[in-house]
Write a protein that binds this ligand. Structure first.
Ligand code: IFM
Length: 453
């Protein structure tokens, strides 16, 4: 058991996302999102897996909140499914969709678990995908209308709002690499989408302020630390480009009101900036927020690769060290380095780790056990890195483990398990992994310590 102590006000939580857990894709007026479309197209996901049923959380939300209560978490981060709230092009709000989230909030309230709500975790309504998706600037306006509808309906019950989850994935995996919905492979589209996603974030925050909502609002970025594979100058330059692509492309506009010039120069062969970025856009994107959400999973080690036509960047598998089932290097020290960098270079606002966790090859034993010691060690080491930052005065306020339970891991379908709780997808049985018990004890121990102080 770890013996480091976080401040009593520090929040420990778990995180999920709508399409990854809810299922019930045709219920109570929900229409398809572009992830429904994408996952149903042959070859896009592992073994054709879809989110049709997922963890059936839509029907099992009450017992799932019971699991969270048993874990003892302070907070739960989940996302709202846009096509449940605004299912049709006529823009009408679907009360039955909102009611589901009201029931979920009721349940959380009963168990004294604080909600943190993400507005967009990748499930764009198909009716908007049909209008061009994030390539269409109007979609940013539609997002703002959706955000306002949700703020109005649930605003008094939600203390923490997150506009977007990982816009890098929405833009670059969705429109550039084609691994995520809508599955396009066009870098021009990806750059355009990234700008519209950021713009929609800014407009949603402005709308939130205009409504004089209580609570705090921010954005969650997936960020990393990029190391050059060698000391040679070409690799250092590659690391700079990779950092520009993964980190600075989002951090600079949000905190400095401009895109990084080196990346603008690089991307100029794909887009015309005058057409894409209208005069007030950058001020809108840099609208003050209340916190930054950080999703951290691994670092990158890169080298100069002339064969890569996009950034001239190659990724090196770490020469040694532990890997997760995703092939991601386990590197807790880079979490510490990332937090330090954010605070030194970008913001002194509160930071939250809105996701951190790992997929390992979990196996259910005959006596219903999952011995995921690797995940326990992963979490311990990352908690320690976060603690180091906090102990040095770093403004980190909370930590959400990804994920409460195994779920639909996008293109990897159900083949990668990130949960603290094991889900037997054939029966929907939830089984506590060793890591869940470890987290439960960790939280219990710190409660006891802070109440005896
Ligand atoms: O499952 C995803 C989540 O939806 C977004 N962040 C990364 C997780 C693990 O890949």
């Amino acid at each position: 058991m770890t013996d480091f102590e976080f401040p009593p006000s520090f929040i420990f939580g778990v995180a999920t996302a709508a399409y990854q857990i809810e299922g019930a894709v045709g219920e109570d007026g929900r229409t398809p999102s572009h992830w429904d479309t994408f996952s149903h197209q042959r070859g896009n996901t592992y073994q054709g897996d879809t989110g049709d049923v997922a963890c059936d959380h839509y029907h099992r939300y009450a017992s799932d909140v019971g699991l969270m209560a048993d874990l003892g978490v302070d907070a739960y981060r989940f996302s709202i499914s846009w096509p449940r709230i605004i299912p049709e092009a006529n823009g009408q709000i679907n009360q039955r969709g909102l009611d589901f989230y009201r029931r979920l909030l009721d349940e959380l309230e009963q168990h004294h678990i604080q909600p943190a709500v993400t507005l967009y975790h990748w499930d764009l309504p198909q009716w908007l995908a049909d209008r061009g998706g994030w390539i269409n600037r109007d979609v940013a306006k539609y997002f703002t209308d959706y955000a306002v509808a949700v703020f109005r309906a649930l605003g008094d019950r939600v203390p923490t709002w997150i506009t977007h989850n990982e816009p890098w994935c929405s833009a670059f995996l969705g429109y550039g690499e084609g691994e995520h919905a809508p599955g396009h492979r066009d870098w021009r589209e990806a750059i355009i989408a990234s700008h519209h996603l950021l713009l929609s974030h800014g407009w949603a925050v402005e709308a939130f302020r205009a409504l004089a909502q209580s609570g705090q609002i921010g954005i969650t970025l997936n960020l990393t630390v990029v190391d050059a594979a060698t000391d040679v100058e070409e690799d250092a330059q590659a690391a700079r480009r990779s950092d520009g692509y993964s980190n600075r492309w989002f951090l600079d506009p949000i905190f400095r009101a401009h895109y990084p010039q080196d990346m603008v120069d690089l991307f100029s062969r794909y887009v015309s900036w005058e057409e894409l970025v209208q005069p007030p856009d950058l001020t809108t994107i840099a609208v003050p927020i209340d916190f930054l959400g950080v999703n951290y999973y691994t670092r990158s080690v890169v080298y100069d690769d002339p064969d890569d036509s996009w950034l001239r960047v190659g990724h090196r598998r770490a020469p040694s060290g532990q890997m997760t089932e995703m092939g991601w290097e386990v590197h807790p020290d880079s979490l510490y380095r990332l937090l330090r960098r954010l605070q030194q270079d970008y913001t002194t606002l509160p930071l939250y780790i809105t996701e951190n966790g790992a997929a390992f090859a979990d196996e259910l034993t005959d006596d219903d056990q999952v011995h995921d010691g690797q995940r326990v060690e992963f979490l311990e080491r990352h908690f320690e890195a976060a603690h180091r930052f906090v102990a040095e005065g770093g403004n980190l306020k909370g930590y959400y483990v990804w994920s409460l339970m195994d779920n639909f891991e996008w293109a990897f379908g159900y083949s990668k398990r990130f949960g603290l709780i094991y889900v037997d997808f054939a029966t929907q049985r939830r089984i506590w992994k060793e890591s869940a018990r470890w987290y439960q004890n960790f939280i219990k121990k710190r409660r006891n310590t802070s109440s005896s102080n």
